[in-house]
Design a protein around this ligand. Structure first.
Ligand SMILES: Cc1ncc(COP(=O)(O)O)c(C=O)c1O
Length: 424
């Protein structure tokens, strides 16, 4: 199956100049434990290009002021940067207007906003929320909290043996007629599976429900067009797409946001405050209570420009080439268990695996001693671990600056793990 929800890499798109890309990321030039760093933990967070670091520094050195409040020059500049970056992100996402983009702390906060605000106002006893067994805890727990408050029931779509959603189960659950919202990941952080979001959106909408997409991994690796995906809410994190930590966004159709109550109360989100009641600011500020992460929001423009400059098709092709190569090389390792779809076209740059002779934490520690950074654990996806009857996996995740040499170092490291822990 070809992943229908991402931009297919055009064969004519120029390939990435990986050496030039690497030179843009200062953190990649360092040694760790006496070896050049091979940073293969991008699904957790990406490294930052110099343009993003410079945007942060520039803001704090020259423009540091609160937004929307002061009538002085620095406040004007800060506001211009903050709102300009929102407009850039909105255009990048294919939003109808910048007011459809709410700045948040990240995907987790974006999903909490929708669950608490939309869910609190619209879910009733007996309604259902459709989730999947591949969701990150950030796309499970907020729904559990709102289900507890409203009496709604959570329904889960299962995974096949290759870690793909069982689409028939989506139809079966929707056929019950009780689902009000489905919340589905764009790309699984634990398996790498790319979900057919547009196809799911059509099913969900036919059933009269809404679709929220957890784009924490999707936005990092592909161009996102929210209109083409046909979703209703799209949540993303800046730090996984070359931006700073503590900044992210929620996109939603304006009419949905207009109808939703505020998520948090405080400064900036009001129009008029009286002793007993208040009225709300217009979108998007109704959802942005308090002083926001101004520097982070401003630096997101640099991150989006960087990714757009590298080219989404080129990034996707590069990652899929690395995954194809990594899967080939990892299959040489005796006893290795690989998780996720076999077809590289169905997955993003994430490879999860276990070895029979060593716990994932031991694998990660040995690799770290060789300068190779990977992640080990349940990846905040305990339902995935339960589905595949493991407590943890080791996970290598690639981004635009990774190389086949780094994949080779990963494989060499795994051979060292096996000799240390008594394997082949
Ligand atoms: C699929 C997915 N959803 C949600 C999140 C949470 O993102 P954040 O911690 O940036 O809010 C992550 C982070 O790993 C993720 O991979």
């Amino acid at each position: 199956m070809k992943a229908p929800t991402t931009t297919d890499p055009a064969p004519s798109a120029p390939a990435l100049d990986v050496a030039a890309v690497r030179a843009d990321f200062p953190a990649l030039a360092q040694e760790v434990h006496g070896r050049p760093l091979a940073y293969l933990d991008n699904a957790a967070t990406s490294q930052k290009p110099r343009a993003v670091l410079q945007a942060l520094l520039h803001y704090y050195e020259r423009d540091n002021a609160n937004v929307h409040r002061g009538l002085h020059e620095l406040s004007r500049r800060a506001t211009e940067g903050y709102e300009g970056s929102r407009a850039r992100l909105a255009a990048w996402l294919g939003a109808a207007s910048p007011s459809e983009v709410i700045w948040t702390r990240g995907t987790t906060e974006s999903i909490n906003l929708v669950a608490a605000s939309w869910g609190g106002a619209n879910l009733r006893d007996g309604d259902e929320v459709l989730l999947t067994e591949m969701e990150h805890h950030s796309n499970i727990v907020p729904w559990q909290l709102v289900a507890e408050r409203t009496g709604a029931r959570l329904r889960y779509v299962g995974l096949d043996d290759q870690g793909r959603l069982i689409l028939d189960q989506i139809q079966e659950i929707l056929a019950g007629g009780r689902v009000k919202i489905a919340a589905v990941g764009h790309v699984s952080n634990a398996l790498g599976t790319i979900n057919p979001v547009a196809e799911i959106a059509a099913l969900v909408h036919d059933a009269g429900a809404l679709l929220l997409v957890d784009g924490a991994q999707g936005a990092a690796h592909h161009g996102v067009d929210v209109r083409a995906l046909c979703c209703d809410f799209y949540a993303l994190s800046g730090h996984k797409m070359c931006g700073p930590t503590g900044i992210g966004a929620l996109w939603a159709r304006a009419e949905l946001l207009e109808a939703m109550p505020p998520y948090q109360g405080g400064g900036e989100m009001i129009d008029l405050v009286e002793k007993e009641r208040s009225t709300w600011a217009a979108l998007p500020h109704k959802f942005e209570a308090g002083t926001p992460n101004i520097a982070g929001a401003i630096a997101m423009e640099a991150a989006v420009n960087y990714l757009a400059g590298a080219g989404h098709d080129a990034i996707l092709r590069h990652e899929q080439a690395l995954v194809t190569y990594a899967l080939e090389r990892l299959r040489e390792i005796p006893g290795i268990r690989l998780f996720g779809p076999e077809d590289p076209d169905e997955r993003a740059g994430v490879v999860s695996f276990t070895l029979p002779e060593a716990h994932p934490h031991d694998i990660s520690t040995v690799l770290d001693s060789e300068g190779v950074a990977i992640r080990a654990g349940h990846h905040c996806a305990q339902l995935v671990m339960r589905r595949f009857r493991v407590s943890a996996t080791a996970r290598a995740s690639f981004y635009l600056y990774n190389t086949t040499e780094e994949v080779d170092r990963l494989v060499e490291g795994l051979h060292s793990v096996q000799s240390l822990f008594g394997g082949a």
